[in-house]
Ligand binder design. Structure first.
Ligand code: SF4
Ligand code: FES
Length: 387
């Protein structure tokens, strides 16, 4: 594995392992308007997006740094006119490319060309099985037949297909049907990903929060299907933070495995890092990816364990989950260096669970605040307000 030498006096490890993944957020433009989107509330406009040559240079720097996987994401990455050129650059550099797509609008028209230049993998989002429900959640009419046609072409080309279903109150009853759909569409993998409450999902939390009993039922459905479909379908399960016992190692640990480049070239340790005030992010226009990985103040802020407070500091799981999610700690505890309140050892954990139970018990869920560029959401939950 490649290694880079950290810059500056306070960098602790002598050799820093290289990141393995690059999330390339090529654009925030998207034909869907999902209320659970983890993109920031202030979405980048097309006029500010990086150009093709800059993305190609960034990809070359990623390959030189040791990155193995590039996730071509957004927004909807196929909304970029140059998506084929960017994918070709991945293939020429030996980077494994994963297209994270909604499969609608012009996506199908570009698929064969993407295959021809060496696209390796497709991850297709599905909002629900039942078309009316799926299109209500995604905020786009006639999306479902387009998605199914897209999936059919992916498998006809022989490309590996993963379906990604973000789970919430509005579709949790469909988890068994989503598993059947993945089999029917020929997917090799299904991600049953309970909503993570960042960005638009955070302001829509009360509309999205499922009941604990439904969560438990969905987990049982996944466990049963994993047995039944062994060798046919791999099912990844992301459990909902607010009902968890221990938090996830968010982004594989801050500054340990991933780099996230925004449409305008800002490089983040995770997709929601900009919600943490006071962090200094570096841009690909000013620094190489290697310089950013080693020296960017944002990457160094919560790397390792030195920054941890109790109970993380003395916990024997601290190098397993790296204290959970910094952005969630900020949102729920008001302090990005606090233990993630998703952890049962956090003093705030009980409050967070009570909040989830109260929101999921609302008789009528609030209307969705759909994701939109330039639209200001109602501040249902003030960001950074501790529970
Ligand atoms: Fe992880 Fe910190 Fe909780 Fe321990 S106390 S399990 S390190 S979040
Ligand atoms: Fe930022 Fe989890 S989303 S650390």
């Amino acid at each position: 594995m490649n290694a880079v030498t950290p810059a500056g006096p306070s960098a602790s490890p002598p050799a820093l392992p290289a990141p393995i993944g690059l999330l390339a957020e090529l654009t925030h433009r998207c034909p869907l308007r999902c209320p659970y989107c983890s993109n920031p509330l202030e979405l980048d406009r097309r006029s500010a997006e990086l150009d093709t040559a800059t993305w190609q240079r960034v990809l070359a720097e990623a390959a030189a740094l040791g990155v193995l996987h590039v996730h071509l994401s957004g927004g909807e990455p196929t909304a970029r006119q140059d998506i084929v050129a960017i994918t070709r650059a991945c293939a020429e550099l030996g980077l494994y490319s994963n297209l994270i797509t909604s499969g609608v609008a012009g996506a199908l028209d570009k698929l064969d060309a993407l295959y021809d230049v060496g696209l390796d993998h497709v991850q297709l989002s599905v909002q629900a099985v039942e078309a009316a429900n799926a299109e209500r959640i995604g905020g786009l009419k006639n999306a479902q037949p387009q998605k199914f046609a897209f999936a059919e072409r992916v498998t006809a080309l022989g490309l590996p297909l993963t379906l990604n279903a973000v789970i919430h109150r509005g579709n949790i009853a469909e988890v068994p049907a989503l598993i059947d759909l993945a089999v029917r569409l020929g997917a090799k993998r299904l991600e049953v990903a309970h909503t993570q409450y960042y960005g638009w999902a955070y302001v829509n939390r009360a509309a999205l929060m499922p009941a604990k009993a439904d969560v438990d039922r969905s987990i049982r459905a996944v466990e049963e299907a994993r047995e039944r479909l062994k060798g046919q379908l791999v099912i990844d399960l992301v459990v909902p933070d607010y009902y968890a016992k221990y938090p996830k190692a968010c982004a594989g640990g801050w500054g340990r495995r991933l780099m996230n480049v925004t449409p305008t070239g800002k490089v983040l340790p995770c997709h929601a890092a900009e919600t943490i005030p006071g962090l200094e992010f570096w841009h690909v226009q000013d620094h190489s990816l290697a310089e950013i990985w080693a020296g960017s103040p944002a990457f160094r802020a919560y790397r390792g364990t030195e920054w941890m407070q109790e109970p993380c500091r003395s916990c024997d799981r601290r190098e397993k989950d790296w204290g959970g999610c910094r952005c969630q700690a900020l949102a729920l505890a008001g302090d990005a260096a606090a233990t993630d309140p998703a952890c049962s050892l956090s003093p705030l954990h009980g409050k967070v669970q009570a909040l989830a139970i109260a929101e999921s018990a609302l008789e009528t869920a609030p209307d969705y605040q759909y994701r939109t560029i330039g639209g200001a959401p109602r501040a249902a939950i003030p960001e950074g307000a501790p529970v």
